[in-house]
Design a protein around this ligand. Structure first.
Ligand code: ZN
Length: 141
């Protein structure tokens, strides 16, 4: 395994073990759930909107390490972003995962999410990596 792949795997395992912003907050104006029947993943995302920006993003999940790590990284990455910025990040992330050709080019601004770019080699797991994002972005604002 290359050093990079090992680093990516460590990031995923770390978020799976110690997910950020995990748990249902005391109050939350918005929440949405997603289910991935292929893998058995369930995720619920809770968030607030401060002005036009997402804030206080939390989640709970059951399922695989990929779905949990993706949700954990998402809660940090999207805090302070507008819904338009969040949608643009998701579109780019999703396109990189579906790119079976060239190396994906998740650039700056994606932080630890690059660790999930390897999921593109396992098309059946793409839904795991995008579940929390879809729940939030298709949620009720
Ligand atoms: Zn999964």
């Amino acid at each position: 395994m290359s050093d990079l792949l090992q680093l990516y795997q460590e990031i995923i395992l770390r978020h799976n073990k110690n997910p950020r912003n995990y748990g249902r907050p005391g109050s939350f104006p918005h929440c949405a759930s997603g289910h991935n029947p292929l893998c058995g993943d369930q995720v619920t995302v809770y968030w607030s909107v401060d002005g036009s920006c997402l804030s206080d993003i939390h989640f709970e999940s059951q399922g695989c390490a990929i779905s949990r790590a993706s949700a954990s990284i998402m809660t940090e990455l999207l805090a302070g972003k507008t819904t338009e910025e969040a949608s643009a990040l998701y579109e780019e992330f999703s396109a990189a995962l579906k790119n079976q050709g060239e190396e994906p080019s998740l650039g700056e601004g994606f932080g630890e999410l690059v660790a999930l770019s390897e999921v593109r080699k396992y098309p059946s797991r793409i839904k795991c990596a995008t579940l929390a994002w879809q729940a939030l972005l298709e949620g009720d604002f």
